[in-house]
Design a protein around this ligand. Structure first.
Ligand SMILES: [Ca+2]
Ligand SMILES: [Ca+2]
Ligand SMILES: [Ca+2]
Ligand SMILES: [Ca+2]
Length: 356
């Protein structure tokens, strides 16, 4: 078993999908100095009628909470506005609207004002639309549903508010935001990705002691209209051929052979300011919830993770005698070597699979 263990570990490779380019900053004022806020906490006044909507307020607060888990000293605090006037008024504001000009012809638009290279005011307009504010897989268009997550949309706009620009070369919520997610059995969790976090560190400095690693089953797909597109990570056999699979509920289900070795694509993220070398476990689970209690198929040591996203191929043997439906998942920092601010996002199912 130990020989196979080493052989499998040696087969782990970087996927080639990632572009070398990283986050984009705002050089619209000065070609050499990116625009940023001069303070580390900014308030965001939410229009009272939007604050009164529990779904809208909930999505705004969820997005701000997700934004809080960033490796810099920059935070955005939403609160109820004390009036309903919005515009260039020395107050940062957020409201929903159907006004296409305010929306810049898009589904949302963030307007910024500057003093030199300081950002001094930001107003966020979000289109009145139908969104999956509850983030269930049955609602979400990245899975079985047809609605975009309001939380990921707001996260993208909070990124603009902070001084991040649209991204097209990396897995990033500053690209197409709606499928930058962690997923459980019935729900999805929007989050601020590692590439965006690295951009915030450049603008606002590193929050000392902050570390977070996570796994996603979404990865970089390509560039479209200035935005990164994202696609589900896949499975290949040892010849590089994707096994037969079908789509159920918006998710891939693979037919894998028991006793066969496959390689599983995974997006590993390091939101910290330093590189870590960690163990990653591949596990088999009867359900989509991946924890250390699941059966480990292989533990791959020594995976080096620079700050940002890294897409890898992780080999594992589907055990002889495996039958029925199961999930293959990955656990980052399986050895528990890195103390993290969030240890709940380290396990992620990669694919559902079936063997007989
Ligand atoms: Ca106001
Ligand atoms: Ca304003
Ligand atoms: Ca983590
Ligand atoms: Ca850890």
């Amino acid at each position: 078993m130990s020989i196979r263990h080493i052989t499998l570990a040696a087969l782990a490779t970087l996927a080639a999908a990632q572009s070398a380019s990283a986050y984009e900053l705002d050089y619209s004022i000065d070609l050499l100095v990116p625009a940023a806020w001069p303070t580390s906490v900014v308030l965001l006044n939410v229009n009272p009628s939007d604050w009164a909507s529990s779904t809208r307020r909930g999505a705004i607060e969820d997005a701000a909470d997700a934004f809080l888990l960033n490796p810099s000293w920059f935070f955005i605090e939403p609160l109820e506005d004390d009036d309903s006037s919005i515009g260039p008024n020395n107050e940062n504001e957020l409201t929903f609207t159907s006004n296409s000009a305010l929306l810049c012809g898009s589904s949302a638009c963030t307007h910024l004002w500057y003093s030199g290279t300081d950002i001094v005011e930001a107003d966020i307009y979000i289109k009145n639309d139908t969104y999956s504010v509850g983030n269930t897989k049955s609602d979400n268009l990245a899975y079985a549903g047809s609605y975009r997550s309001l939380q990921t949309l707001i996260l993208h706009e909070l990124g603009h508010m902070a001084g991040l620009m649209d991204e097209d070369g990396n897995y990033s919520v500053m690209g197409q935001d709606w499928n930058v997610l962690h997923a459980g059995s019935t729900d999805v969790s929007p989050y601020l990705d590692a590439d965006s976090g690295a951009g915030l560190r450049e603008l606002y400095g590193t929050r000392v002691g902050f570390a977070d690693l996570s796994v996603s089953h979404w990865g970089y797909g390509g560039s479209s209209g200035g935005f990164s597109t994202h696609e589900r990570n896949i499975v290949e056999d040892t010849s590089g051929v994707e096994p037969w699979h079908t789509t159920i509920g918006g998710e891939p289900y693979y037919v894998l052979g028991a006793g066969e070795i496959y390689r599983f694509e995974a997006t590993l993220e390091n939101k910290s300011d330093t590189a870590y070398t960690v163990d990653v476990s591949i596990v088999i689970s009867p359900d989509p919830i991946i924890t250390g209690a699941d059966t480990e198929l292989v533990r791959i040591p020594g995976i080096a993770l620079s700050p940002g996203p890294t897409e890898v191929w992780l080999p594992a043997l589907v055990p002889e005698g495996t039958t029925g439906l199961y999930y293959i998942g990955a656990i980052i920092d399986a050895g528990g070597d890195v103390p993290e601010w969030d240890e709940t996002n380290n396990g992620q199912y990669l694919v559902a699979a079936f063997s007989w």
